[in-house]
Ligand binder design. Structure first.
Ligand SMILES: [Zn+2]
Length: 111
């Protein structure tokens, strides 16, 4: 990693961004390695280092496709389904009960 270009803080060239800056643009490093690093000198301590990635090699954050939305909805539906009565409780089954409220407290709900 000794060949990594090092830039002074605030003097990073165009085309480079930190992971956080990429995320703000809806990008992710996308498998590329660290392209450069920024160093901010500090008193009596080692410099603060930030890693930079090349924006031209960054990839868009994986978008939500219909299939991913469907998988997410299915996972959420499974968490709402009561294992006792098999019904969709309409809310996530509380782990403390392990079943929907009417199943956990049948006498309360019958009243
Ligand atoms: Zn139930």
């Amino acid at each position: 990693m000794g060949a990594l270009p090092v830039f002074r803080w605030h003097l990073a060239p165009d085309g480079y961004a930190t992971r956080r800056q990429l995320r703000a643009r809806g990008l992710r490093p996308g498998g590329q390695g660290v392209a450069a690093q920024l160093e901010r000198p500090r008193r009596r301590r080692g410099p603060l280092i930030a890693y930079l990635y090349r924006i031209d090699l960054a990839k868009p954050v994986r978008p939500m496709t219909p299939a991913r939305w469907a998988a997410l909805a299915k996972a959420n539906a499974a968490r709402r389904r009561c294992p006792a009565c098999r019904r969709d409780a309409g809310y996530v089954i509380p782990a403390s009960l392990g079943m929907c409220v009417p199943c956990a407290y049948p006498h309360d709900c019958a009243a």
